[in-house]
Design a protein around this ligand. Sequence first.
Ligand code: XUL
Ligand code: MN
Length: 413
Amino acid sequence: MCETSQEGGTQAIMKRKISMPYWCVGNPVGDPFGPGILGRISSLEVTDLLVEAHREGLIDFSAGHDCDLVPWDPSKNYDDRDEKSTTFQTLSAIKEKLDRAGIQFKMISCNLHSDPIFRNGGISNPDPRIRVLASQKVMRALRIGHFLGAEYYTYWVARDGFECQFSVPWEQTYRFLSDGLDLVSGYVQEENLGYRGGTVEYKPNEPRGESFLPTVGHSLALIARLQRPDFWGVNPEVLQHDQMTGLTSIGAVAFAAAAGKLFFIHVGNQKPNQFDNDNPPLVGMDGIKEFVSILYVLERMGWEGYIEFDNHPLRTDTAPGGENRLNVRRDYIRLAVESYRAAEAKAEELAGDENIQSAQRKIWETDPRAEEVLASGSPSAIASYQCDYQSLVRERLGIGELDLLVARRLFGQ
Ligand code: XUL
Ligand code: MN
C-alpha cells in the first residue's frame, strides 16, 4: 500500500511498495527466434535473489505463477497438501525463506499458457475435459497462494483467445470465461482462503493472435456480470499490454482507478504497436513521458496500490555462463527498481510544480455557480443558466504551453 501525505497542499509520493515476481527474475530471456541465454535457476535460487534484493531495500513483495514455484503433474492433484511430496517440501522451503526475510508473497497466478494441453485455451477451452483440468490447476494454484499468504489471485487471459474465428463456440465462450472466474471466488469462499480479491490482466494478443479480453473495458464489463463483482478488479500492464495496439495506458489506469478497480499495476516499457516488449521501465525507444504521466495521474487520483514488475533484462544485456546466471539477474533487479524509482521521483516533482499547477488552473478554470447548477442535475436550472458564450469561446487554453513546460521538466530544465 502506498503511503501518501498532505504537505503544503500538494500530495507527495512516499515511494510505492514494489513487488518483484519469480517469473521476471527466473526468466532465461529467450524469444521466438532464439532460446534463453541465461542458465535456468530453481525457485529456491530465485527466492535467495529476492531475499538479497529485499535486504538491500530494493523490493517489498513478490508474486508468481504456480509453475514458477513447483512443477505441475496432472495426476497428482493435491500434491501441495501432501507433506511427503517434493511439491510440499519445496513450497515449505520457499515460505520459510520469504517469511524469515519479511517478504510478502502478494499474488499468485495460475500458469495456463505453458503446458501444451492448454494450447487452445485454459478456462475458455471448448473441450470440457480440458476446462476441468484448467479448473483443477486453478484451485491448486489458489491453495498454493494461500499457503504462501497471497492476497490476490491474477487471471491473465493468456491462451484464452483465437486465430481462426470459425473454431470458437462464440455462443458459449463468454460463459466459459465467467464460469472460470466464478470458480475462483467460489473456491476462495468455500475453502476460506482469505484472498482480498482477484484481478483480470487483459492483453490484446500474444500468445494468441486475438484475445477474448483485449482491453480494460472488456475486463470491467465482464467483471460486472460475475457472481462476485466486488471480489474482482484489474491489473493493467503498463506500458505493454495497452500500447501493443496503440491504446494509451494512461486512460486505462485512470478509468480503472476511478471505478475503484485498480488493485495493482504491472510495469515495464513498450514501443507502441509492437509485440510485448517487456523492457524495464524507461528502457527502450519510447515511453518516458507516458510512464511518468501514469505515476503522476495515479498520485493525483490518490491511488493507494502497489507496483509489480513484469519485464526482464534486454536479451542483449544477458550472457551465458555460470556466474552470469546469478549476476545478470541481480543487475536486472537493481536496474528495474532504479528505473522505476527515477520515474516515480520525476512524477512527484511534476505533482509539486507550481508552474504546472498554475497552467492547469488556467485550463480547468472553474465557475462555482456553473458547477452547482450541473451538480443539481436539475434540467430547468441547467436550461436557465446564462453562459457568456462570446467571452468563453475567445478564451485561450494554453495546453501546448503546459505540455512544453512538462517536457522541459522531464529534460531537467
Ligand atoms: C504476460 C503477462 C503475464 C502475467 C501473469 O504478458 O503479463 O506474465 O502478468 O500471468
Ligand atoms: Mn503482466
